[in-house]
Design a protein around this ligand. Structure first.
Ligand code: UGA
Length: 437
């Protein structure tokens, strides 16, 4: 199959590289000249494990190329994927679809033969209909061009694995010829009964994406509130998670209590779902509550640290280990660390930090934070050391060394990485999330 991928952000680049690795002929298109030049030199615009090698291998094999020329990329394609950004629109929280529609228009101007146009970007229900309307203006529908929804379910940091071993692939279209093309594109995955290629209508497929992310956000927020309850009644949230997660109807994933969810997807997609629901006057109260509870939680984690410091953070040194919203990414979008830094600084603390990949981006987002080259330097003379992101390298810290270099050997572990015994043996007082005191 010949595939054009419009947009080389997270989703576009990972999907394009993986499709080429399946053996398809893929052209990735981006307007950003510099990005394309760097990609041609195998410099990745994002940090994603395994991506640079995957891109290099497939470029070398002649299956993957990059261009700024959309018309050229689209001309002979059997499938054109739209994978441009859909950020929250400033002011109202609706998904901003201007990039999607602009791409659709340009594609329509460049198509020369029947093909499928696939929206991979996360788009509100009904966007496929809008794209179809644009194609109609160019009389393309009559010429065998169809619009398909094919949402992505990739986690940053594990995106290639998620692409190659999905739980399911969702394809929204009622058009049989389009289904055949999509079947062919995903054939190398050998999807089966337990990891199926799921065909639905286009609107259903668009909603599946939002419902999935909203449900996961609800799940995380649920266990975070249970964690608060655990602290109040002397129970252990990790054991509660295990105890409920073993029930197959509940499932053990996404039950890790922490500082609240962040990132480029859950915050944006939950808001967009609420906007859609508002437009059709069907309130989604559980998702509404989730958004509010999560927003409040991020700053509350700053207050948790202040409480652990005895209620006064004035002039105290607080070392944050991990700044990105999750490990294995340099992404700082909506990271809980940002709210934590703000809460601590408002309380008069001196904030210092270390993150394996996120410091360059973080520097642009926070002020008066001292960045350090490793956890031990960040923790030097700290009154509290706070694990914010569960990077693997924080799982094997030399705790006695960390404690000895700090001022008060206080560890606030917002990801529950360390068992209390291990921390105490190293000389730390440990404060976790949802742990009995
Ligand atoms: C999420 C979904 O997991 C993907 O399926 C989806 O494709 C993607 O959004 C998207 O819409 O593009 P991502 O945001 O990369 O992926 O990261 P997650 O691993 O889902 O983590 C999101 C946030 O939830 C992080 O802040 C993480 O720390 C938090 N989280 C996750 C918890 O606090 N506890 C958990 O048990 C799991």
């Amino acid at each position: 199959m010949r595939i054009a991928m419009i947009g080389t952000g997270y989703v576009g680049l990972v999907s394009g590289a993986c499709f080429s690795d399946f053996g398809h002929q893929v052209v990735c298109v981006d307007k950003d000249v510099r990005k394309v030049q760097l990609l041609e030199k195998n410099v990745m615009p994002i940090f994603e494990p395994g991506l640079a090698e995957l891109v290099a291998n497939n470029v070398r094999a002649g299956r993957l190329s990059f261009t700024t020329d959309l018309a050229e990329g689209v001309r002979n394609a059997d499938a054109v994927f739209i994978a441009v950004g859909t950020p929250s629109r400033r002011g109202d929280g609706h998904a901003d679809l201007s990039y999607v529609f602009a791409a659709a228009r340009e594609i329509a101007e460049s198509i020369t033969k029947p093909c499928v146009i696939v929206t991979k970007s996360t788009v509100p229900v009904g966007t496929g209909d809008e794209v179809e309307r644009i194609l109609k203006e160019f009389s393309l529908l009559k010429q065998g061009v169809t619009v398909v929804s094919n949402p992505e379910f990739l986690r940053e940091g594990a995106a290639i694995e998620d692409f190659k071993r999905p739980d399911r692939v969702v394809v929204g279209t009622d058009d049989e010829a389009a289904r055949d093309i999509m079947r062919e594109i995903y054939r190398p995955l050998s999807l089966n009964q337990s990891a199926p290629l799921l065909f639905t209508s286009r609107r259903t497929s668009e909603l599946i994406k939002y419902a999935a992310n909203a449900f996961l956000a609800v799940k995380i927020t649920f266990i975070n509130e249970i964690a608060d309850l655990c602290e109040a009644v002397g129970a252990d949230v990790q054991e509660v998670s295990r105890g409920i997660g073993l029930d197959k109807r509940i499932g053990s994933k996404f039950l890790h209590a922490g500082p609240g969810y962040g990132g480029s997807c859950f915050p944006k997609d939950t808001l967009a779902l609420l906007k859609t629901a508002g437009d059709v006057e069907v309130p989604q109260r559980i998702v509404e509550a989730t958004v509010q509870v999560n927003e409040a939680r991020k700053r509350a984690m700053g207050r948790k640290v202040i409480k652990a410091l005895g209620g006064d953070a004035h002039g105290k040194n607080v070392a944050l280990l991990g700044l990105t919203f999750k490990p294995n990414t340099d992404d700082m979008r909506d990271a809980p660390s940002l709210a934590i830094v703000a809460a601590l600084q408002d309380a008069g603390a001196n904030v210092r930090a270390y993150d394996p990949e996120g410091m360059a981006h973080a520097e642009a987002l926070v002020q008066n934070v001292a960045f350090h080259p490793n956890p031990y330097a960040a923790a030097e003379n700290a009154d509290a050391i706070v694990i914010v992101t569960e990077w693997d390298e924080f799982r094997a810290l030399d705790l006695p060394r960390l404690a000895a270099g700090s001022r008060s050997a206080l560890l606030v572990d917002l990801r529950n990485i360390y068992p209390v015994g291990e921390a105490e043996r190293a000389g730390f007082k440990l404060v976790g999330v949802g742990k009995p005191r």
